[in-house]
Design a protein around this ligand. Structure first.
Ligand code: PLP
Length: 505
């Protein structure tokens, strides 16, 4: 409720601090996903101050605020310089990986519509920027996006928003890299874009970018490299001594690449860059409208009015760390990753999936361990009880359930403690046994029409696995994860939507 009279700032800040007390900590390295800490508070402080300085500048109209154009050129230029482009490389500063990906897919879709016979037919009478007349006319003519099953869900979201059909391609069960022959088989005359990840988030491995990009190019199809998590990481790891294959704009056939600065750029959230190999493709990401009697709209991004705060924060982070700062973070990140992989491999009952080429590590149970496989979701709860957050990843497409760790610049100083906690938690999970899923619950959930459930019934269902949606606090998440893991993806999605809506009701 809005207070009748304005409240003093100190009171507001105290309330915010109280609210945040229940959050996961954003600094210190004990949260191994979501947050990126340099371990250097002065860098984050510089970013906060620049963020606040630019906060009220509206990126809606570049002619009104030339400061943001200058900053955006510097930030996009820095990313282009690192990723095989130069000062002329066209790019867009966006709010994050999802928005960069959304724009890459929109550019590819509109390029396909404008330049191919199949696209022209499917597009029908739709206006540029329309969300997919072709898709609505019939799935058999919908534009298609070819992507590895390990690609980030932002592509599924983009496809969903833009009237595009996803064609998933399997990955090798040992290396977790996309199968090139399967990509070849998936490309058709409705393919608007082929996607590869450098690296993929789930196992931290780099898809065969050069082979897939060459293949796409030979079929006249654009190729996007999702380097959202790796774009500002892999070059520093390479300089620090890691073997990193070519993955950026230098690779023939790569037509666009996304690189998030709010991940390994260590910038505050709201910062990503999308680069294109040519300016004509960037223009297809833009949206203009003069179809109303108000101000003219020319947007490079999904958002129209948007704060230049994240741009200021990203610029300040890049400038205050500089090359030597990022190289040092790359060195410590590489050292910590090697130590983590080695340490986990030595813990009985655990193994690392694939051979991570970046600093993203997936830890799974050894299915052949004496006494049975450890329940990784129970392990995650045990680690949480010891103050460490390891991110659960559900089984999918034949890839087993596992726990994700994003190693960052701050991890090294705590890596031995992390390994100790993982080993203790693994032992505790072994003793506890698998999560106690109520008999028949996954089957029950899979059989009910989740859309038709009323909130009270859904709340009861959640309570049966230990989740209190009324704010009464939740037990561990192992049972919830185990139930989700036992469901097909479409049912998982339906449950998650119900869950979110119940949380906010
Ligand atoms: C490879 C990859 N792509 C895309 C994204 C989406 O980024 P965002 O959460 O900034 O939208 C992520 C996020 O982790 C990612 O790892």
């Amino acid at each position: 409720m809005l207070p009748e009279y304005g409240r003093p700032v100190q009171e507001l800040l105290t309330e915010l601090a109280e609210l945040k007390a229940g959050d996961l900590p954003v600094r210190g390295g004990k949260v191994t996903a979501y947050v990126y800490d340099t371990g250097r508070p002065e860098i984050h402080d510089a970013a906060h101050r620049a963020y606040a300085e630019m906060l009220e500048v509206n990126m809606l109209d570049p002619t009104a605020f030339p400061s943001m154009v200058a900053l955006e050129k510097q930030v996009v230029g820095a990313v282009a310089d690192l990723l095989g482009g130069d000062a002329t490389t066209p790019g867009i500063f966006t709010s994050g990986g999802t928005e960069s990906i959304m724009l890459a897919v929109k550019a590819a879709r509109d390029h396909w519509r404008a330049t191919t016979a199949a696209g022209g037919t499917a597009a029908g009478n739709s206006a540029p920027g329309d969300a997919g007349e072709g898709a609505r006319e019939g799935a058999e003519r919908a534009p298609q996006l070819v992507l590895p099953v390990t690609a980030h869900p932002a592509f599924h979201k983009a496809a969903h928003y833009l009237g595009v059909e996803v064609v998933p391609v399997p990955v090798d069960p040992v290396t977790f890299r996309v199968s090139v022959p399967a990509v070849e088989a998936a490309i058709g005359d409705r393919t608007i874009l082929v996607v590869v990840s450098a690296p993929s988030y789930p196992q931290g491995v780099i898809d065969p970018v050069a082979e897939v990009a060459a293949l796409a190019s030979s079929r006249g199809v654009p190729c996007h490299v999702d380097a959202c998590v790796g774009g500002w990481l892999l070059p520093w790891l390479r300089e620090a001594g890691a073997e990193i294959p070519p993955f950026d704009l230098r690779v023939p056939g790569v037509t666009s690449i996304s690189c998030d600065l709010h991940k390994f750029g260590y910038a505050p959230k709201g910062a990503s860059v999308l680069l294109f190999a040519d300016a004509a493709l960037r223009r297809r990401a833009y949206f203009a409208s003069a179809a109303w009697p108000g101000y003219t709209i020319i947007n490079a991004t999904v958002q129209s009015s948007r704060s230049a705060g994240p741009l200021g924060g990203a610029w300040a982070t890049l400038q205050s760390l500089g090359r030597d700062g990022y190289l040092e973070l790359g060195r410590t990140t590489l050292e910590a990753t090697r130590r983590l992989v080695e340490g986990v491999s030595a813990i009985p009952g655990l193994r690392v999936l694939g051979r991570p080429e970046s600093s993203l590590v997936a830890i799974a149970a050894d299915p052949d361990a004496p006494g049975g496989a450890i329940d990784m979701f129970v392990l995650a709860d045990e680690a949480r009880g010891r103050g460490w957050f390891l991110q659960p990843q559900l089984s999918y497409a034949g890839i087993p359930a596992n726990l994700h760790v994003t190693v960052t610049g701050v991890t090294l100083h705590g890596v031995e403690e992390m390994l100790k906690v993982i080993a203790e938690s693994a032992e505790a999970a072994r003793l506890a046994g698998p999560a106690a899923v109520p008999d028949g619950l996954p089957e029950l959930i899979a059989s009910v029409d989740l859309e038709a459930l009323d909130d009270a019934t859904f709340t009861e269902l959640a309570a049966s696995v230990g989740i209190a949606l009324d704010g009464g606090g939740s037990q561990g998440m192992a049972v919830v994860n185990a139930v989700l893991d036992a469901l097909p993806a479409a049912t998982r999605e339906a449950v998650l939507v119900r869950f979110l809506s119940a949380m906010y009701s």
